[in-house]
Write a protein that binds this ligand. Structure first.
Ligand code: SF4
Length: 378
């Protein structure tokens, strides 16, 4: 069962955001957004680097003014990942950042005003191969749609989306992705399901303004989990009233828990009970912190006693099962050695890093072998 995914992804048209492919058979990308002042170039670049190190594939930056657009030019040059410029209403800002090499424009064509302005932005995007993200949000639904539907509904969100989509269609521009966000899980899920049945553009998933760290994580996991399990969703952003680095970590954890992507150490731990032979909770928390730098996927089980320990160790790369006179360390499901219960964290970290180094050496040897074969056959 290990590594197996039961999810059949919806087929979508692929777009390119800088060097990241979105849609089609591309991996589901993880996004976040800076919350620094964009005009503070150093702070914004520092946050983008932090987000990229945490695993963000794409980062969105607000560009509310022309000064911010000037700052964006430098930020873009220093960013290690593709950037989406978030622009509302002012088409001149969109033209400016397009000139400065933005990787994607988050702008709603219906909010730019006159047709010539929409055409100017779309022409610039087309010329430079920049995709657009249409972002419909229940909190900023058009007044007439609010009146027509009485309140924001999934159908209202979809109708709003089609207003923007139709404008791009008229200009023969199809290089876009779409989000339909609401802070209400059911509204967002229903809206995404409705639109997924009608267009083949990639979908950017998110539960907007989901809340503080814990509640926002739960809401986002439930909402995105429902959609992703149905194969809907090509890129995700978790909106949390928290450090955006947490958004990236939660995004990855959602994808990892569904077997859609893998990154870093995946720790399986028991909740503990009176049978636990060592401090499982303390060990797991400390281990997660110490192994945050790891990008290679590796499964590790940390289990308090023999009730479930050997079984879990059989499914993981590195396993630990608590024992009265010392805990058993497993490699690839096989017993490796007994380690003292007062030295578990250091020994586990060493074991994990050793396993990673061994894997790296195997990959390097395999790559060298393949290279030799190519030269021989040339
Ligand atoms: Fe308790 Fe052992 Fe189960 Fe952990 S694995 S919860 S220690 S019985």
């Amino acid at each position: 069962m290990k590594g197996q995914s039961w999810i059949v992804r919806r087929k979508t048209r692929q777009i390119r955001v800088g060097n990241v492919l979105v849609g089609g058979d591309a991996p589901i990308s993880v996004q976040s957004m800076t919350n620094t002042e964009t005009t503070d170039v150093d702070a914004t670049v520092a946050q983008i680097v932090q987000l990229a190190n945490a695993g963000a594939d794409i980062v969105r930056v607000s560009v509310p003014t022309m000064d911010a657009a000037e700052a964006f030019k430098i930020i873009k040059q220093r960013s290690p990942v593709p950037l989406v410029a978030d622009i509302h209403f002012d088409y001149r800002i969109a033209l400016k950042v397009a000139e400065y090499g933005v990787d994607c424009l988050r702008i709603n064509p219906g909010n730019i005003g006159k047709e010539e302005r929409v055409r100017a932005v779309v022409d610039a995007a087309r010329d430079k191969g920049i995709p657009i993200r249409i972002g419909v949000n229940a909190g900023s639904l058009e007044k007439d749609l609010q009146e027509k539907y009485g309140e924001p509904t999934p159908e209202a969100l979809v109708e709003s989306a089609f207003r923007h989509i139709d404008m791009l269609d008229k200009l023969n521009f199809h290089d876009f992705k779409l989000s339909l966000k609401s802070s209400n899980v059911f509204m967002a899920v229903s809206a995404y399901r409705l639109i997924a049945a009608q267009i083949d553009n990639p979908l950017h998933l998110g539960i907007t303004e989901a809340g503080a760290f814990r509640t926002g994580t739960v809401k986002s996991s439930v909402g995105l989990g429902m959609l992703l399990a149905e194969g809907i969703g090509d890129t995700i952003r978790i909106s949390l009233a928290a450090d955006p680095v947490e958004e990236v970590k939660v995004g990855w954890d959602i994808l990892k828990s569904l077997g859609l992507r893998n990154r870093g150490v995946n720790i399986i731990a028991c909740p503990t009970c009176s049978r636990a032979e060592f401090d499982v909770i303390g060990t797991v928390n400390e281990l997660e912190l110490r192994l945050e730098d790891v990008r290679e996927p590796l499964d590790v089980s940390v289990i308090g006693c023999v009730v479930n320990g050997p079984g879990e160790a059989g499914e993981t790369d590195v396993g630990l099962t608590g024992g009265f006179s010392g805990s058993m360390l497993y490699f690839d499901g096989e017993k490796h050695e007994k380690i003292p219960n007062n030295d578990i964290i250091d020994r586990l970290e060493k074991a994990v890093r050793g396993k990673l180094a061994e894997r790296e050496a195997q990959h390097a040897a395999a790559a060298k072998g393949a290279e030799r074969l190519t030269v021989k056959n040339a």
